[in-house]
Design a protein around this ligand. Structure first.
Ligand SMILES: [Zn+2]
Length: 123
């Protein structure tokens, strides 16, 4: 319980000084509200130091980098899906001659396969 009368929340710290260390904090802290009680207490007494600490910081940074890449890929995937939809509309409007539309159908099928695989590996 913090001084606001709320049950304190357990949060994991990812600062350079205390990577992966859990603490109790006021629930209102994360909401960027100024009227919280600033309650703070470490959950574990022990401090991580030396190479395990370095390893945790490194892992944290790698996860942040990978999250960025995943976000970029997700955006690209969504753009490709939109692009694909546009092509499908163009094809179904039937303005192209016979040979062209067969070829386009083939391309759309191929793109769908790739996008399908990407969606699965992203999920
Ligand atoms: Zn509080």
């Amino acid at each position: 319980m913090c001084r606001c009368g709320l049950s304190a929340k357990i949060v994991t710290s990812w600062t350079d000084n205390n990577p992966g260390r859990k603490f109790f904090g006021c629930r209102l802290f994360k909401k960027r509200r100024t009227d919280h009680c600033n309650y703070f207490e470490w959950f574990d007494e022990g401090v991580v130091d030396g190479w395990p600490k370095e390893a945790l910081i490194q892992a944290r940074d790698e996860i942040i980098e990978k999250d960025k890449v995943i976000n970029q890929l997700t955006t690209q995937l969504m753009e490709l899906c939109l692009e694909l939809e546009k092509h499908e509309v163009e094809i179904s409007s039937g303005s192209e001659d016979e040979n062209n539309s067969v070829e386009s159908d083939h391309k759309v099928g191929w793109m769908k396969k790739i996008l399908g695989k990407m969606s699965i590996s992203n999920a």
